[in-house]
Design a protein. Sequence first.
Length: 161
Amino acid sequence: MPSTFKRTLKRTLLGLFGASLVVGALSAYAGRGEHAWGGPMNEQRAAEFRVKMVEKVGKKLDLNDAQKQLLGTLSDTLQAQRKALMGSSTDPRADMQALVAGTQFDRTKAQALVEEKTAVLRSQSPQVITAAANFFDALNPGQQQQVRDFMQHRGGWFRHG
């Protein structure tokens, strides 16, 4: 009897943990369209953000014009992939919330969503990889090391200025 209780308790706690993990992941994904400076990212904001990021990265890495152009190409390619991932959805948060709107998790919609996003990633990834490789390969060894350091420190460049 005590072992059945322990097993049931463990399963219940694991189930609650798993459910909270899924809800947290869904909430995080659904909220990615909102940004700290207010509101969802539209075309104009995306263009402004791109220009600022290219400028900031250009300063940090001391990029020349050709390298800045490759960085711009990488940024454009990533933006195109992002748009493709959004698909025809106008409200990704509502799409995610629809999965849990009923009494049971909508597995069919969730699987369709995963398959749609996976297909987009498969089709867009070669362009993203090429743009990233072209940019990285155009950097000198010191700049490449700065990129590695940035990745090691999880984006520390942009936290304080």
